[in-house]
Every structure is written in C-alpha cells, then in structure tokens.
Design a binder for this molecule. Structure first.
Ligand SMILES: [Zn+2]
Length: 247
C-alpha cells in the first residue's frame, strides 16, 4: 500500500495541458485556436445576431466564439436563452428593425442571394439561431417575434466541410460556416472565408488527437492514458474503486 500512496503523491492536481487557459477562447492554451483568427478582426457593414440555445454553450464544438472574435466588436452579438427578446432590452429593437433578416429555412424563406440582388440596402442585421436543428425549430416555434422577420435561406451544398470529418452531425453547417457563407454574400467579399481558419485549426487538433474536448483528467485516467503520471498499481486501485461503486 505504501507504494500506492507514493504513486498518489506524485500525481499533479491537474494534467499539464489544462493548467493554463487562453483568456480569449477559454480553451487550454495547447488547443487554443486564437492564432488562426483574422488579424485585424474583420469589419463587415452588416451585423450578425446569434440567438443561442442554452445547451449550445455546453456543446463540444462551439463555433460562435470563433465568429465573435473574428469580427470587430459589436459585429457579432450573442444573446443566450430560449425566449427572445426576453431580458435583453436592446434586442427587441434589433429584431423589429426594417433591415433585419432571419436565416431560417422555412417554406417562405427567400434565397439570400436573390434578396440582395433586388435590394439597395447594404447593411443588414442577420439573425441566426445557434443550436442543433431541433433546438432551432423549438426556438422559432416559441418566439412569435421571429415569425415577423423576413426569412432568408442559403443555397449551399449544406454539408459542413469540417465537422462531417470528425463527428457525424445532422449534416447542417456549423454556425460559423453558416455566418461565413452569409457574410460572403452580404459583403460581396470572399475574404470573409478567413473566418473559417480557427475551425480548421480545431478540426486539425481533433484529427490528430482524437476528441480533444474529452481530455479531462477523469477521461484520461479512465482510459488508462494519463501520461506517465500514474503507476500500474494505482490504476488497479482506481479501477477496483470504480467496480465497487458499480461503474
Ligand atoms: Zn485562445
């Protein structure tokens, strides 16, 4: 048993890779994608308004921060919740604005490209619901204020270039990819594709290292991958504890 305790004493409280966190993206610095952000931040005439389902914030692959930090201050506004405008005082004004459009693929939605061809306005507020497709549908259904906004859709291939390679999803574009496609059209500038670079960086991490987001200490111990810090004896003890707890 003494040996087990000496093993225990040698374990640092956290694995090295989670010790320092990037203040911007809030990810461990070893998997931070901030270096891939456009410099300087891009400043479109239009503005993106994300209505974010509360569960979206907890998902492994969150692309909203990449959009937020890739665009100038105030060009990507994020509102969290299920009811809108809810507690946000400035949001109602934005949602009812005459230059506000909602990206939502309803039967009445018009192709964004053709809307722009027949419009002299160059500055829009583009509302995007940030969440899975069922979450987006639920938010749309329960917020009548959204039904009054002019609805647009994107006619793209509709398959994510990145996510599909790492994890199967419902085949939708990520929020970042959706907003990027829209901005290329709104601003008539393919340069907005620079916004995708952090997502590419993140996917490269994932492809190299497996599910990066699961590299908690608990995960590494459970999968016997806590690197060189844990002895075989201690591992045995930990596993037997799990058996006792019925896990
Ligand atoms: Zn970062």
């Amino acid at each position: 048993m003494d040996e087990v305790f000496s093993d225990l004493a040698n374990i640092p409280s956290e694995p090295p890779e989670v010790r320092s966190t990037c203040p911007t993206c809030e990810r461990p610095t070893s998997v931070c994608w901030c270096a891939a952000l456009p410099k300087p931040r891009l400043c479109p005439q239009s503005r993106i308004i994300l209505l974010q389902h509360p569960a979206e914030e907890k998902r492994c692959l969150r692309t909203a921060p990449m959009l937020h930090f890739g665009l100038s201050e105030g060009k990507c506004l994020v509102y969290k919740g299920k009811r809108f405008p809810g507690r946000y005082q400035d949001l109602e004004e934005l949602l009812v604005g005459s230059n506000t459009i909602l990206l939502y693929p309803s039967p009445t939605a018009v192709d964004l490209k053709s809307l722009l061809q027949n419009n002299t306005n160059t500055s829009f507020n583009l509302v995007i619901i940030d969440g899975t497709w069922p979450q987006a549908k639920a938010i749309y259904a329960s917020n009548p204020i959204l039904h009054k906004i002019k609805q647009v859709k994107l006619l793209t291939k509709g398959v994510s270039s990145y996510i599909i390679r790492t994890q199967p999803t419902d085949g939708c574009l990520s929020t970042l990819e959706t907003a990027t496609e829209a901005l290329c059209l709104l601003e008539d500038d393919e340069g907005y594709r620079k916004l995708l670079a952090p997502l590419k960086t993140l996917c490269d991490f994932q492809l190299k290292n497996g599910a990066v987001s699961h590299q908690s200490k608990e995960f590494l111990i459970k999968n016997n991958k806590y690197p060189k810090l844990i002895g075989k004896r201690l591992n045995k003890v930990l596993n037997s504890v799990e058996v006792l707890r019925g896990e």
